[in-house]
Design a protein around this ligand. Structure first.
Ligand code: ZN
Ligand code: ZN
Length: 253
């Protein structure tokens, strides 16, 4: 499994991009940074977009990708998410006010965006990968994602405060190779982290412990204004294998 980091921050500033991963060149996991990063050929190669939740920092480039596809006569893409997430996208973004409804364009029988609902704890097979969504603990319905290619598996936490079920599922995966986990705020902002349903470095450590064994930990969704402090505090957690992912990093699992 080849994972390219298109965006990995919890906010946007020059040199910081919101969350998006490209998996095996055809699958986007969260669309916070797609159209400003990939060239048109790479964008037209995308067949599947999986959204963990509807927040703009994870969903917005779905809109601009659809627009680039239709303008290039591309064949469009499948959009996956929990039913409540896809309903939000349809009602609040693809509503002809914020953006045209690309689930009906260029025509209803052959649209740019085809939505496929995936219930929490259900698995869908996408280009040979088993992709399982699992509800986590955020201010809006959000799903962490487990991806298993048959040999290796990884888990993405999505945006979450302390949560349990996704780690139970991760612990059951004997072939788990890495955990991608959010860390949005430093300890000083713990109250804000819990209010907005995110993690701090110490909360992150407690989440990782729930898996019950050593695994590679990739940290993402760090808020740009707290970047240096969070990196320092992550080091203080004494987790054996941990690093913050970087823009354009390619991780082979
Ligand atoms: Zn969010
Ligand atoms: Zn977010």
């Amino acid at each position: 499994m080849k994972i390219r980091v298109l965006g990995c921050h919890g906010g946007e500033l020059p040199d910081f991009r919101t969350t998006s991963f490209l998996i095996n060149k055809r699958i986007i996991l969260d669309a916070g940074a797609v159209t400003g990063v990939l060239n048109l050929k790479e964008q037209l190669a995308i067949e599947h977009v999986v959204l963990t939740h509807a927040h703009a920092d994870h969903s917005r480039d779905t809109l601009f990708l659809a627009d680039n596809v239709i303008g290039s006569n591309g064949k469009g893409f499948m959009l996956y998410g929990m039913p409540v997430v896809l309903k939000s996208i349809k009602q609040h973004l693809l509503n002809w006010h914020i953006w045209p409804d690309f689930t009906e364009l260029p025509d209803k029988s052959n649209p740019v965006i085809t939505m496929q609902e995936v219930e929490s704890e259900n698995t869908v097979v996408i280009n040979g990968l088993e992709v399982t969504l699992c509800m986590v603990n955020h201010t809006v319905p959000a799903a962490g994602v487990l991806i298993d290619d048959g040999n290796n598996s990884v888990v993405f936490s999505s945006d979450t405060a302390p949560t349990d079920r996704i780690w139970e599922l991760a612990a059951k995966k004997k072939n788990l190779k890495a955990v991608f986990i959010e860390c949005s705020y430093p300890e000083e902002k713990k109250e804000l982290a819990l209010l907005s349903k995110h993690l701090t470095p110490a909360l992150l450590r407690d989440e990782i412990k729930k898996i019950g064994r050593d695994t590679m930990v990739y940290v993402y969704h760090i808020k740009p204004q707290f970047y240096k402090r969070i990196i320092k505090e992550l080091k203080q957690q004494h987790l054996p294998h941990i690093e913050a992912v970087k823009l354009n990093q390619v991780i082979n699992i």
